[in-house]
Design a protein around this ligand. Structure first.
Ligand code: GLC
Length: 550
């Protein structure tokens, strides 16, 4: 099928359904809530929604543990509510992207229940191994969420592999029957009218034969033998040729630790099997490997990440752009400043929205939500956080251990969207939401920002609308300036006669504003700024400016 790659002109909004909007008053977000807010999402200038999983699931990992791939969870409103949302989105010219989580299922999935009993054809649907002769685990791999990657199953009398939570057994993608199931799932949603997939940890689906011990990775042992595993391209090609190529859809793949060079093996527009990648480098400028190994924020690292992906994908593949999602703490609390919440939230928006690629905005990001800081571990819901709290830094004080979670936990960004200053931030009419609301909702909420032309929310709208008008963002070429600066990020996008310069200060002090050579500032038009009184030679704390030449 000839592809027009419509996703290149779009901006997506990510809905993490549990915390978006409760439409039926049970304390948890759902699709009725999404339906109510379709016009709101559209009003941001977003043309599509990526749904984190909304399938039936015991919820051991926020829905990334799927018990049935071809249905919608009753607590989210079931299939009826989904079809309404799909239709409502399409009527508004918006696309819908589903999360495809096929590295693993829930242990409550029927396939797993049958596999543990060795009922055919499910016996080899998962990765089962006996104990080693010395009674040890089958290999030394770690899981990301709960200790070692192997769990003993009494029913089957063997261990199964789980790279994530114990309740998320890994599928055996080497089994052709499992790949047939994946194709069935893809067809099911595409036939219903869904427009694409975000493919969860898709670079992990092929494990090295023999599942050898890993002696290379310092943490997350095993990655050496399953990240970009031996058959990953072959399997993705199979999904593409047999299914995806027959629909007008797109795919975006999540790929932890991927470099631009490696990414091109997947997303090169001529030869790749996928369309875009969610890389982690742009959200790792203040940590090492993951949010659980925090480091001081390095602007240079952040700039290098963004620039590398812009330069190295140019003319070869298409970038995806994001600064937040459901797996990382809030960006204002990390790269920005809570003391300059409004200014830094706007600056961070401009920082990435004018680059080449398809931007994603995560729910709540558009109002500059900040990290949640609960006063007790009991309030957390995320499996990774809870395990981490109970198993690491045990010699530290209670306060230090909690602070570590504030800084690193995924729940820091999973609290309900702050819709208003009413009870529970207007998220639910229930007495108690499924997870606590961030206490700053009376200062940071949608209702108040709707009414304020100068709000973060209205800045997002302006920035997205501008982005869409500027040909040089979609078709231009990126160039970074003053790379060595640890206060400023500056880049231009140039296309024939049109050029923009984006200037972002990451400093909480006034900063000198040097202009790059060859830019005639007298001819420039300032088209976006987060301060009412921009100055010529200095920048306010966290100021951003976008200049246009045409
Ligand atoms: C991805 C998801 C994350 C989930 C994990 C396991 O990284 O984004 O939320 O926990 O995969 O499915």
């Amino acid at each position: 099928m000839e592809r027009n790659r419509w996703y290149k002109d779009m901006v997506f909004y990510q809905v993490w359904p549990r915390s978006f909007k409760d439409g039926d008053g049970d304390g948890m977000g759902d699709l009725l809530g999404v339906y109510e807010k379709l016009d709101y999402i559209k009003s941001l200038g977003c043309d599509g929604i990526w749904f984190s999983p909304i399938y039936p699931s015991p919820g051991a990992d926020g829905g990334y543990d799927i018990a049935d791939y071809m249905d919608i969870a009753p607590e989210f409103g079931g299939m009826e509510a989904f079809k309404k949302v799909l239709e409502g989105a399409h009527q508004r010219g918006m696309k819908i992207v589903m999360d495809l989580v096929v590295n693993h299922t829930s242990d409550e999935h029927e396939w797993f229940q049958k596999s543990r009993q060795r009922i055919e054809p499910y016996t080899d649907y998962y990765i089962w191994r006996p104990a080693r002769e010395d009674g040890k685990l089958p290999n030394n791999w770690d899981s990301f969420f709960e200790g070692k990657a192997w769990q003993w199953d009494d029913v089957r009398g063997e261990y199964y592999l789980h790279l994530f939570a114990v309740k998320q057994p890994d599928l055996n993608m080497d089994n052709p029957l499992v790949r047939e199931e994946v194709k069935k799932i893809l067809r099911f949603w595409l036939d219903m009218g869904v427009d694409g997939f975000r493919e969860d940890v898709i670079t992990y689906i092929s494990k090295k034969e023999g599942l050898p011990d890993d002696h290379i990775m310092p943490a997350s042992k095993g990655m050496t033998h399953y990240n970009h595993g031996p058959h990953v391209h072959e399997y993705l090609q199979e999904f593409k040729e047999e299914v995806l190529d027959h629909y007008d859809c797109f795919t975006i793949a999540e790929a932890p630790l991927v470099s631009p060079k490696k990414a091109l093996e997947y997303i090169d527009e001529e030869q790749g099997q996928l369309d875009m990648m969610i890389q982690f480098q742009c959200v790792s400028a203040d940590c090492f490997l993951s949010d659980y190994y925090p480091m001081k924020f390095s602007l240079r690292r952040m700039k290098k990440a963004f620039s590398d992906w812009q330069y190295k994908l140019e003319n070869k593949a298409w970038n995806s752009l994001y600064i937040e999602n459901h797996d990382h703490p809030r960006i204002v609390s990390r790269y920005g400043s809570e003391a300059f919440q409004k200014e830094s939230a706007k600056m961070l928006a401009a920082m990435y929205l004018f680059q080449k690629g398809t931007p994603f905005v995560y729910q709540g990001q558009e109002i500059g939500m900040t990290n949640w800081r609960p006063d007790s571990i009991e309030k957390y819901r995320d499996v990774q956080t809870i395990w981490n709290y109970h198993n690491t830094a045990l010699n530290k004080t209670e306060e230090q251990r909690l602070q570590r979670q504030w800084r690193s936990a995924r729940d820091s960004a999973r609290t309900p969207v702050q819709w208003s200053d009413e009870k529970n931030a207007g998220f639910t009419t229930a007495e108690t939401p499924w997870i606590e609301v961030n206490e700053n909702y009376t200062q940071i909420n949608v209702a108040q920002q709707e009414a304020d032309p100068d709000s973060v929310l209205n800045f997002y709208r302006k920035a997205i609308a501008l982005r869409k008008k500027l040909r040089c963002v979609r078709h231009g070429v990126y160039q970074e300036y003053f790379h060595a600066s640890d206060k400023l990020y500056m880049y231009s996008m140039t296309e024939e006669s049109q050029k923009i310069l984006v200037v972002c200060s990451f400093s909480d002090q006034e900063t000198k504003f040097p202009t790059p050579k060859d830019f005639d500032m007298d001819k420039a038009q300032l088209i976006l700024c987060n301060y009412p009184d921009p100055k010529k030679n200095t920048l306010h704390p966290y100021e951003c400016k976008v200049y246009l030449w045409k």
